[in-house]
Design a protein around this ligand. Structure first.
Ligand code: ADP
Ligand code: MG
Length: 261
């Protein structure tokens, strides 16, 4: 058997196993192995490492696409000095994603513009980086999708979809009152994830006003809150809107500039 036919067979094996990255790296790695007198073991390790890296990269890219996170901001981008009501230590702890291990929920409560979405999305990026299946949706989007699913006879499939991710982010609960059907969908999503998978939820409504999301149906609101809060971290953000803050700072700077020395 010649080196050449061994080489061809090796290429064929790699192609059959769909190890494209390893196949591509093979010639250069073989050259290097000869030049540096690599052991068989070291050569094989390097060849497989190339493929492992490529598969890992693809998996991460696919997780990131699936997650549908609406902005690139990570927890590291959050300006804690601007938001004293958010405890950096708590966010750092959440960033370790230990909360996902025991299906703890994270509730971010506060008025518009204080960074609720940014923090939820930051947790999402951390989860994706850790290789966890993550999915971002708004409450309105979830409601619309469930509505279509009900009409098209795909309710069970859709419910399984929302049960799947290790971390489900539901943004903007309470901005719009949910019709009864949408409230029922949200309730079912929360119920089936209860103690199984984490939800990071943002809302502008204090917990006491949650009845409003559910058409003043205190039974549904109460049952849902029980499940959400049973194992949860609640973060109340009560500072100024970040956008307004930078707007004010700019206005202030302009005023000073205009007023002169
Ligand atoms: P919310 O979801 O509470 O309405 P967002 O998370 O959408 O607020 O924040 C509004 C804007 O301000 C976004 O562009 C966000 O990136 C930015 N922002 C808010 N809080 C902070 C912060 N503490 N540090 C940096 N950027 C912030
Ligand atoms: Mg938001």
């Amino acid at each position: 058997m010649t080196d050449r036919s061994d080489y061809q067979k090796l290429r064929a094996h790699l192609a059959f196993l769909r190890m494209g990255a390893a196949a591509e790296a093979l010639p250069a790695l073989l050259d290097e192995a000869i030049k540096t007198k690599l052991t068989n073991q070291a050569f094989l390790e390097r060849l497989l490492a190339v493929e492992v890296d490529a598969v890992d990269e693809r998996r991460r890219a696919s997780l990131a696409r699936f997650a549908s996170l609406p902005s690139p901001f990570t927890l590291a981008d959050f300006d804690f000095a601007a938001q004293p009501s958010v405890d950096p230590k708590l966010i750092a702890e959440l960033g370790t994603l230990r909360f996902v291990e025991d299906a703890t929920n994270v509730l971010l409560i506060g008025p518009p513009g204080v960074g609720k979405t940014m923090l939820a999305v930051g947790l999402g990026h951390a989860a994706v980086a850790a290789g966890m299946r993550t999915y971002y949706t708004t409450a309105a989007e979830l409601a619309a999708r469930c509505h279509r699913a009900a009409i098209e006879g795909r309710w069970a499939t859709t419910m399984r979809f929302y049960a799947g991710p290790r971390l489900l982010i539901i943004d903007e609960v309470g901005y719009l009152p949910l019709p009864a059907e949408a409230a029922a969908a949200l309730f079912q999503v929360v119920s089936q994830r209860y103690l199984k998978g984490s939800i990071a939820l943002t809302t502008n409504l204090g917990i006491a006003s949650w009845g409003k999301v559910f058409n003043d149906d205190p039974m549904v609101a109460g049952a849902m809150l029980d499940r959400l809060l049973h194992r949860s971290v609640v973060i109340n953000i009560n500072g100024d809107s970040y956008r307004m803050r930078s707007h004010r700072a700019r206005a202030e700077a302009t005023r000073k500039a205009v007023a002169g020395p």
